[in-house]
Each structure stands twice: as C-alpha cells, then as structure tokens.
Design a protein around this ligand. Structure first.
Ligand code: PLP
Length: 425
C-alpha cells in the first residue's frame, strides 16, 4: 500500500527507475518511448551527460545559497544566456521553481508595475478560454480549463476570458485567417473597453496552446493584432511559454515566430528539461526600470528562487539548445513527425485535425470528421488512449474536452529533440 498521495489515487503507476535517451525504464525492465517529454518537459531526453555533469559539479561546489543573502554564479550566467537569446529588450529574468510559479510572479509583477508608475487602478486581467496557466490559485484563475477550475471557483480571483484562436473550430467559412485574427483582437479590445482600460493590467496567452488544445498555433498575424490592441490601451502582454518555449516550436522562444515583443514571458518545463525544477519570467526593460526607479523591490519571492543547482542545470540545457543547428533539427524532425502523422492518420475517421509547430504536435480526435463532433466526454477517450499507449511502451499526453464544453479529446506529442530518425518512423 503506497504512502504517496499520488495524482490519481486509483491508478497503478509503474515505477520509473532509469532514463536512457528518449526512453524511461520501469522496475520490470519495460522501456517506454517518451513521445511527449512527460508533459513537454524532457527536451534533451533523460540522460544528457553535459547536464548531469553540470549538476554534479554545482552540487559539489555550492548546492544552494538563499537569494535573500546572495546572488550566485549559475543564476547570473543563466540570466545572461536567456536575455542574450531573447529578441527585444527583455533583459532581466526573475527565477522561480516551475511554471505555475512563473505565471503567479508575472501576474503580480504586472500589477505592481502599475503601482510603480502611478496607475493604481490597473489590476484586472484578461485571458483566453482555451488556456492552462497552472494550478496555483492565481494561475488557475487565469486559465480557462473548466474541469481544473470547477471545484475551486469560489476561491478564484475574477479574470475576464475572451475567445481563443482556434481556427479548426471557430474560423468562419466567409473569413480569411487574417480576418479571423482581427475579429479576435477586436473582441479583446471590446473587453478592455467594457472593463475600462484604466482598470486593466494585462492580457495573458500561450503563443501555441498546449495542455488544453493539443499544440494549437495561432493564425498568422493574430499576435501582431493583439499587441496593437494592448499597446493602444497600455495593457501589458504576458506570453506564457511554459510549455511551448525553450525551442519546442523550432525557435528558442515561440514569440519569435509572431514578429512581436511581449512585456513578460514565462518559461519553465524545457528550461530545466526535467533535470531540475526551474521556471523564469523574462521582463521587459521598461518594467524593470520602473521597479528599479520606484520601490526597488518586487513584493514576492520564494525560498528556492534562483536555486544554484537548478540554475546550473538550466544553464547546461541552454548551452545544448544553443548548439549550432539545434533549432533547425527541431524544425526538420517536427516536419518529419508531422508528415508521418499525416501519412498514417490523415484519413483516419476519428482524427479531426493534425497541427502544431516544431516538435510540439497535436491530434484532435472527433467522433465524426465531417461534423467535427467531439466524442462523448463520459467515454473518457483520452484516459483510455493514454493507458493503451503506455501498455504498448509509448508515452503520449492526451487530454479531454473541457473548454466551453465543446473541444474534443486531443493527444499531444512533444518528444525530446534528440529523437532519432528510426524513432520518428
Ligand atoms: N503554463 C502552461 C502553458 C503550462 O502548460 C503549464 C503546465 O502544463 C503551466 C503553466 C504550469 O506549469 P507547472 O506544472 O510547472 O506548474
């Protein structure tokens, strides 16, 4: 009888004992091909020698020094590596221990920024219905996943939710992709005006939606329109790249492909690549300067922020991700996986859509391809799919339909970037 309070109390979890490249081995010796990187975490597989060496060396030298007393070398070096790589004046980084924490920090930073610049009425947040930003209360309030929110609704702060950019279901036959993107931006503008622009602090969105949608990219131009609307009303744009960042979509940051610069960017998962728990918020100079010239203090902080060993691991991951050709490889392998999926499943009666970017790919599953009717949620297709795949030694990340009660089941693929050609096939 387990003493662990597991995620699922009635599940019978295999015991993971060893990592080997793209595989995880359990205690019976069974091998699982990690085609989802856990949940888009393990971008370098499970046994990268350089990352393991960096962690070992850091633990020997200095495992941890509280950031209330000290800075540390790996944290400073990691901030430099991330900000050098991030296009635009996102020149400062606030470190945390994971994705939900990164989102919490970004939301609070947005609020405090407006206090720093003398606009105390700005505290409201706008997000999208098809989104997941984490399970802590602030991040959960921002997210649109009804299944995750339902029980905690009375504890959540009020956040406005607007439509996601969900071309497969929502683009009208009589509009182009560009017109669709413009319509969505107009909806955001209308919501800002309804709330009163002087009360709105930030709009938060995932550039490529992960857990609630199965790797759903925006239509071209959507984020440029969103940026324009935010600028018009002085609203901050927070991009949540916890899942889609760190090279997952074929560029280190997903926002690079949208031709815009956000005000705050959250990253986690691929940042530590599963070797250490770590997250971060990249901060626009304009915001950092306001804090520096104002109170000089962000009213936040966690014990493990800027953890030296976690930063050393993430720095080694950054070095691997910045190796020449790494992003081109993600793009090429992503295209190969996409081709293989379209080849084998493109005509499948229950595959409605195959989508994604780089090595961040998703299948939307439907009961009927023509009407796009989702499966009955009571069938819990996603859960059965996960179990069936695991039994065959394959890890994929399926989720059920929970957004507006209409999105179908989907399965997310986010394999390690070291995936071989044979593993693609
Ligand atoms: N934001 C996004 C976009 C995510 O996909 C997730 C996790 O899946 C989170 C935030 C929360 O991250 P964590 O589970 O590390 O707290």
């Amino acid at each position: 009888m387990t003493r662990v309070f597991h995620r699922q109390l009635h599940a019978d979890y295999p015991v993971a004992v060893e990592g080997d490249g793209c595989y995880i081995l359990d205690s019976t010796g069974k091998r699982y091909l990690d085609a989802s990187g856990g949940a888009a975490v393990s971008c370098l597989g499970h046994s990268d020698p350089a990352v393991i060496e960096a962690i070992t060396a850091q633990v020997r030298k200095l495992p941890f020094a509280h950031t209330g007393f000290f800075t540390n070398e790996p944290m400073e070096a990691l901030a430099e590596a991330l900000t050098d790589a991030a296009p635009g004046p996102l020149d400062h980084v606030y470190f945390v221990s994971g994705g939900s924490e990164a989102v919490e920090a970004a939301l609070k930073m947005a609020r405090q920024y407006f206090l720093e610049i003398g606009q105390p009425s700005r505290s409201r947040l706008i997000a999208r219905r098809q989104s997941y930003h984490g399970n802590t209360l602030g991040a959960l309030a921002a997210g649109g996943n009804q299944w995750r929110r339902a029980q905690f609704e009375p504890m959540l702060i009020e956040v406005s939710h607007v439509a996601p950019c969900y071309e497969y279901r929502d683009r009208r036959a009589d509009e182009t992709a560009e017109q669709y993107g413009a319509r969505l931006a107009a909806e955001l503008e209308a919501e800002i005006l309804r709330l009163g622009p002087e009360t709105v602090a930030a709009f938060i969105a995932e550039p490529v939606v992960g857990a609630t949608a199965g790797a759903l990219p925006p239509v071209p131009g959507y984020f440029r329109r969103i940026r324009e609307v935010c600028d018009k009303y002085g609203v901050l744009l927070i991009l949540d790249e916890v899942m889609c960042g760190m090279g997952r979509t074929g560029s280190l940051f997903a926002y690079e492909q949208e031709g815009i610069v956000p005000d705050l960017v959250t990253v986690a998962k691929g940042l530590g690549a599963g070797y250490q728990p770590i997250g971060a918020v990249l901060v626009h100079d304009r915001l950092y300067d306001a804090f520096r010239d104002g109170t000089g203090f962000f009213q936040h902080g966690h014990t493990y922020m800027g953890h030296a060993t976690a930063c050393a691991a993430a720095l080694a991951v950054q070095h691997r991700l910045s190796e020449p050709g790494m992003m081109a490889e993600v793009q090429a392998k992503g295209a190969a996986v996409m081709d293989a999926l379209r080849d084998r499943l493109g005509d499948h009666p229950h595959v409605g859509d195959i989508r994604g970017r780089g090595l961040f790919l998703g299948l939307e599953l439907v009961a009927d391809r023509v009407s796009r009717q989702p499966f009955d949620p009571a069938k819990r297709l996603h859960a059965r799919l996960k179990k069936a795949a695991l039994a065959r030694g394959l890890m994929i990340y399926p989720m059920g339909g929970t957004i507006d009660g209409r999105t179908g089941d989907h399965a997310l693929l986010a394999p390690p970037f070291i995936l071989s050609e044979a593993q693609v096939g």
